[in-house]
Design a protein around this ligand. Structure first.
Ligand code: NI
Length: 164
C-alpha cells in the first residue's frame, strides 16, 4: 500500500466526471488499497478516486473504525424522504466546514473488488459519507449544496480551528 497525494481546493480535476470501471484490474485493486491507506493517514471517513487524481468511479468509506467499504461504480438506488442537516468537511477542502441537507438513509448498489454486486444501506454519518463521495464522482463538492458554510468565527467557536 502507498499514500497518494490528495488534490485540493481549486484543482480543476475535482470538477471532472469520473469514468465507470469496466474491468477490475490489479491496478484498480491497488488503487483501492492506496485509497484506504491515504484516507486513514488523513483521518478521513471517505475518499473518492478523483481526490487522488484518478478519474474512475471508485470510492472508499469508513465511518465505523475497522469496517471499510469499497465501492466500484456505486449508485444510489434508494434515499429516504427524511433528511438530516449536519456538518460536513472534505479532505480536498481543508479548513472549511459547512452544513448540508442529505437524506437520513440511503441505499447504494456497487461492485466490490471481485466485481460482485452488493448493496449497502446507511443512515446518519454513513448516509452523508456515501452521498458526499458519490457526488465527487460527478465533479460535485459539498459547498455546492451546503445550506451554510461556517464562518471563521463559527469554526473557532466549534473548536474546528484554533482560537486567536
Ligand atoms: Ni470530499
Amino acid at each position: 500500500m502507498a499514500i497518494r497525494n490528495i488534490i485540493k481546493d481549486d484543482d480543476p480535476t475535482l470538477r471532472k466526471i469520473s469514468r465507470r470501471v469496466e474491468e477490475i484490474t490489479p491496478r484498480i485493486r491497488t488503487l483501492l488499497d492506496d485509497m484506504l491507506d491515504t484516507m486513514h493517514r488523513a483521518n478521513g471517513c471517505g475518499l473518492a478516486a478523483v481526490q487522488v487524481g484518478v478519474l474512475r468511479r471508485v470510492v472508499v468509506v469508513e465511518t465505523e473504525e475497522g469496517h471499510p467499504i469499497e465501492l466500484i461504480n456505486p449508485a444510489i438506488i434508494k434515499a429516504s424522504e427524511e433528511t438530516q442537516n449536519e456538518l460536513e468537511g472534505c479532505l480536498s477542502l481543508p479548513g472549511r466546514w459547512g452544513y448540508t441537507v442529505r437524506p437520513k438513509t440511503v441505499t447504494v448498489r456497487a461492485q466490490d473488488r471481485n466485481g460482485d454486486f452488493f448493496e449497502v444501506t446507511g443512515s446518519d454519518l454513513l448516509a452523508r459519507a456515501l452521498c458526499h463521495e458519490l457526488d465527487h464522482l460527478d465533479g460535485k463538492l459539498y459547498p455546492d449544496v451546503s445550506v451554510h458554510m461556517l464562518t471563521k468565527k463559527e469554526m473557532k467557536e466549534a473548536g474546528l480551528i484554533p482560537a486567536d
